[in-house]
Structure formats: C-alpha cells, structure tokens
Design a protein around this ligand. Sequence first.
Ligand code: BGC
Length: 514
Amino acid sequence: MSAAALVLLSLLYQVQGSSNSERHTGLSNYTFPEDFIFGVATAAFQIEGGWNKGGKGENIWDTYLHKHPNFTLDHSNGDVAADSYHKYKEDITMIQSLGVKYYRLSISWTRLLPNGTDNYINEDGMKYYRHILEGLRKVGITPMVTLFHWDLPTPFMDLGGWTNPVMVNYFEDYARVAFNLYGDIVNIWTTMNEPHQHCANGYGFVNFVPALNAHGIGEYLCTHYMLLAHAKVYHLYDRYFRPSQNGKIGITLDSFAGEPKNASNPNDHVAVENYLQMHLGLYANPIFSSSGDYPRYVRDTIDHMSQIQGFTRSRLPFFTEQEIVMLKGSSDFFGLNHYTTYKITNCERNENWQIPSMDHDNGICMSQPSNWPKPGASWLAVHPPGFRKIINWIKKNYGDVPIIVTENGLCDDGSLEDFERVSYFNEYLYQLLLAVNIDKCNVRGYFAWTLMDDFEWGDGYVTKFGLYHVDFDSPHRTRTPKLSAINYGQIVRTRQIDFDFIKPESTKYQSNKI
Ligand code: BGC
C-alpha cells in the first residue's frame, strides 16, 4: 500500500474511530508481536489485607479509614481486602492461568519498614515479598514491582507527607532496602504510581487519603517532592544497582484522554492541550521532554495566577538547574495508566471553583457524553479511541520512549458474565494495536487492571475491576474467573483479539460459558 493510501486510511479511521458506535467482528487484523509484554496488575493496599499482621506498621489509608469509616461508599476499609496476605499462592496460580508472563504488584512500605524508616526492617514482611517473588519466578512469571502505590507510612504524614522535602531522602532509603533485598529477582521497577492522582486528589482535594484539602498549594508541593524523590531513586538504581542487577526502572503516570467538546471550536482544541499539560505534562515534561522542567504553559499559568491572587511567590515550586538535569531522562520507560476520555472546553473561572486550586488554575470544564457507556463508576465512560489518542500525544511530546501500559481496565457491578469488560479489553487493545501498527507508537507492553476484585479506594468494595470475582462475604475470599479472564487469556495466548468472543452464538463463548 502506498504511503498516501496509508495516510488516507489512517485519516478515515480517525473519523470512524471517534465514534463509540463502531463495532468490530471476527479476528483482529493485527496481532501482538511475540515480544509484546502481557501482564496483569494489582496494588498492595487494594488486595493484601493483613493490615496489622506479621508486624506491619500503619499506613495513611489504614489510619484514615479507621478514623473516618464514612470515607468509603460502603464504610469499608482495607483490613482484610482480598486477603492476599494469606492467599498469595492462589493468586499466583490465577496469574498463571491467564497465561501472562508478567505481574505488576506493589510493596506495602510499612510491611517492610513498619515506621517507614530503614532503621528497622520487618522480617515477616521481608519474607512475605520474598515468597511471592520467588513463587512467581518459579512458574516463569516476571514481577514488575511498584515501590509506592499511595500507602504512605503514617509517621511521615505527621511530618506533612509528600509536602515535606525530607521525603525525598526517606523514599530513597526505602528504595535502597527494596533493591538490596529483591534486586536479585526483580528487574523491572516502577517508583511511583500516579503521582497526579495521589497529589491532586489526596493533597489538593479530599477524594483520596490523606484528604488534606490543601488545594492550590498542597498538590504542587506533593508533585514537586514526589518527582524529586522519583529521580533520586532512579539515579540510586542506575548508579549502584543496575551494574550488577541489570534491570529497568521507570515511573507510572496516569492520564485520561481529552477531546474538544466542540471539534470546530479552535479554543476547545487549545483547552484539550492545556488540560493535558496540566494533568500529564506537569509530571511527564520534567522527566521525558528534551527541555526538562515543568511545561511552559503550566509554569506561566500558575506563576500568573499566583501573582494576581496576591501571593509573593508562585504556588508551584521551582527546580534548581541541577534538579532539572537530575530529572531529565530519569525513566527507562513511560508507564501509562489510562481508563477513560473526557470532552474538554474552556470555562470562565468563577466563584464555584476552589480558589486557589489546580482546577481553577487550569480553567477548563470536563464532561462525558451520555451515550458513552458507564457500567460501574461515574468517572469511567467507555471510549476506546481515546486510548490511541493519548498514546499518540505521548509520542508527539516525548518522542520514541518505550511505553508500557501499566494499567487499563473497566469497573462494573461484578457479575461473572462481564460482557462489557470483555468488550472494553477487546476494543481498547485494538486501539493499542492501531497506535503501534499505523501510528508507529512504541508501546511495548500492557498490564490489565486488575487481577481480582479489590478495595477500590473511596468506592470501597462497591465497584469491581477484577478479571477474577472475589466473594467478599466469605471469610475465604473465594476467587472465580469471570468471562473477561478467559477472553484475556485467549488474547495473551493467541496474540490476537477475537471480537466474536462475547457473541452468544459463538462456539467460543458457548464453550467458555460460566
Ligand atoms: C489506580 C488504581 C485504581 C484504578 C481504578 C488507578 O488510578 O492506580 O489503584 O484501582 O485506577 O480506579
């Protein structure tokens, strides 16, 4: 096919792809290469439970939820969760059944270091992760370990959490312990999971713990020191551990995709770009861009807003020249978590915003069309073309950096015949194939979120993201594969998407029926 025809085809696709009504049938025309990484992801606080078992110390989610049971929809907490503290062997068997060769898990900081600091290492915690990691290796599964998936040791919160620069050193100390203990069997690390969600929702607003509501200042301080802590740990690994352990280390950032609310309004296109710079560029630019530092738009906007609000200094801290250099290039891959898309438009800044705040600084409004399906949560509408767009945005802004999708998935009410999740994975994975094959984006791997139903932060156990169902009413936390687990396993094994999998008349569906 000629290059011109390819361009035409890709333009045509973009027009078609912008609609949600597109339906695919049969087998996908593209396949996943043999070296494409398929995995499944979890996070310690969401599955482990055992909150005070084996000498574990308290983290901010333990402490906050015990004090504020009303924080979660069902007034639940993570004390038992899916009980992976006891059931990790079964979890490994489930991962094996999916056929994936990679498992992304996080270490609970206070299970390893109960006080957060490295002056005391908890033996039980040390063994717990050793057993899991060895168990995975024994059956040929490569672990990818996240050091921080939001469960900050409580003693650090008393010091201001990530708003305190000392966290950079304490995070480095924790990482050093982890690299020393597990670097012989772990060779893919991610330092932080979604600093944006953690800082914006936990420090800026009250949607996540620590629920500080320090909007306008807290989220930027948190961002600043999390980024510096990430870079410190990258260099720690690079300098002292990589030579003997030979692994990779990166960061996981999250981003919704954005589309102009009114495609023919140029201002809405600018609004999409501003939204992405504020929510993703703020974290990605210092690490992945060739210029380094915060994005120009973000820097100028927050400086300007701070000034007109009467602040003597910008609410967004400044990096030193040395820090800009330390951050630049400090990730071996771009870990991307993506779930959904929003329509974006400019908004008049008004009294209804929290002032100051990241939202008010950004000055945009977000919405999702009512015909985009939302089977589980008010924020998560299904719009597969957004996935391809956000992958392309990363390529456009940061070049050919290898992208690993470290999370992508859908929540629903938890039924075993989860047709919507099957279709979500099929359609989103297809968009990934288009990004790779047509747009030549450098996506190397994909981790489905998540292995099993778990503690979904503020939603408690109400919304379900699992490939495996967990019976939270049973003390055994019985696990059962959903249809989506079987479908995902089939994609992993055949390296192809079967869009007919969920058609009731299809033999594959009949033979896999639950
Ligand atoms: C987080 C997960 C969470 C998922 C679905 C991501 O932001 O990393 O911990 O469960 O989204 O809400």
